[in-house]
Ligand binder design. Structure first.
Ligand SMILES: Nc1ncnc2c1ncn2[C@@H]1O[C@H](COP(=O)(O)OP(=O)(O)OP(=O)(O)O)[C@@H](O)[C@H]1O
Length: 254
C-alpha cells in the first residue's frame, strides 16, 4: 500500500432541507483521507450519514460546505457521471446493478463501455468473451457457460456477484460497496465478500464497504471507520482494527 491519496474530504458538511423544520445535518464537518489500495469498512447506526458520505464521494450529493478530491482532482462540483471513470458502486439491492432483459455477456459489454466513447466496438471480440468467461469462472457457479442467458433469470446472489465482477471491466479505481450482501443468504454473502477482497488486492482498488454486519466489519478490510450523527467518531488502522472484539463494536453503538 502506498500513501497516494485516492479520496480526500476536507471539512465536508451536508445539510438537507436547510432552513425548514425538517432540516438535517447528515454530514458534519467530515475530514478524511483514504489512500490508494486501502479497504475501508464503515459502520454506524441507521441514519448516521454513511450513504450520504458515499453519495458525496460518488457525486450524487453535492456538499453544503467543504471540498472533495478524487485522485488529487477537486471534484466537489463535478456531477456523478463525470466521476464515473474512477468509481464503481454496488448497491444493497441485487437488481440495481444489472439490466434484466440483456444477456450476461451484454451486461458485461455495457459495463466495459461505461466510460468509453459509445462508437467503440469493445466487447465484440473473441478475446473479450474469453476474458468475461475467465472473470466469471472465479465464482465456481458455472455461469461462464451461460453467457447468453438473460440476467433477469438469475438469483439475487448471482446478479450481485456479477455486478461486482462487472466493476473491474473498465479500469475502475474506487469501489463503493453499499451493504452489498444485506439481502443475500450467508453463503452467497461470503462468496461475494471474498471475491471483493480478492479483486481489491489484485486490481489495487481503493474500496469502502458499508455494513451493519459487525462480523464482516471485523473480518474484512484494513481500516475501520465509525460514523455517528454525521461525524467520524472512530478511525482505526489495520493493527488497531485487528485487536477489536465484536463485543467492543456492539458497545460503540451505545
Ligand atoms: N435526500 C435526502 N433528503 C433529506 N434527508 C436525507 C436525504 N438523504 C439522507 N437524508 C437524511 O440524512 C440522514 C443520514 O442519512 P443516510 O442515508 O446517509 O444514513 P445511513 O447511515 O446511510 O443510514 P442507514 O444505515 O439507515 O442506511 C438521515 O437522517 C436521512 O433521513
Amino acid at each position: 500500500m502506498n500513501n497516494r491519496a485516492m479520496i480526500q474530504l476536507e471539512q465536508v458538511t451536508k445539510i438537507f432541507n436547510a432552513g425548514r423544520v425538517n432540516e438535517i445535518t447528515a454530514l458534519n464537518n467530515v475530514s478524511l483521507q483514504i489512500n490508494e489500495g486501502e479497504f475501508v469498512i464503515i459502520i454506524g447506526a441507521n441514519g448516521s450519514g454513511k450513504t450520504t458520505l458515499f453519495n458525496t464521494i460518488a457525486g450524487s450529493v453535492i456538499p453544503t460546505k467543504g471540498k472533495v478530491f478524487i485522485a488529487g482532482e477537486n471534484v466537489t462540483f463535478l456531477p456523478d457521471f463525470k466521476r464515473s471513470k474512477y468509481i464503481a458502486r454496488v448497491f444493497q439491492n441485487p437488481f440495481d446493478g444489472t439490466a434484466p432483459d440483456l444477456t450476461i455477456l451484454d451486461n458485461f459489454r455495457l459495463a466495459a463501455l461505461r466510460t468509453q466513447p459509445k462508437h467503440l466496438t469493445i466487447g465484440n471480440t473473441t478475446a473479450f468473451k474469453k476474458r468475461v468467461r475467465e472473470v466469471i469462472a472465479r465464482l465456481n457457479w458455472g455461469l461462464e457457460n451461460k453467457l447468453n442467458q438473460p440476467m433477469g433469470t438469475l438469483s439475487g446472489g448471482q446478479r450481485q456477484a456479477l455486478t461486482l465482477l462487472m466493476c473491474i471491466m473498465d479500469n475502475t479505481k474506487i469501489l463503493l460497496l453499499d451493504e452489498p450482501t444485506a439481502a443475500l443468504d450467508p453463503k452467497s454473502a461470503e462468496i461475494i465478500l471474498n471475491t471483493a477482497q480478492h479483486l481489491i488486492q489484485e486490481y489495487h482498488l481503493t474500496a469502502i464497504f458499508i455494513t451493519h454486519n459487525l462480523k464482516d466489519a471485523q473480518q474484512y478490510g484494513n481500516r475501520l471507520l465509525q460514523i455517528h450523527e454525521g461525524k467520524l467518531v472512530r478511525d482505526l488502522d489495520a493493527t488497531a482494527k485487528q485487536k477489536v472484539l465484536l463485543q467492543n463494536m456492539y458497545e460503540w453503538f451505545g
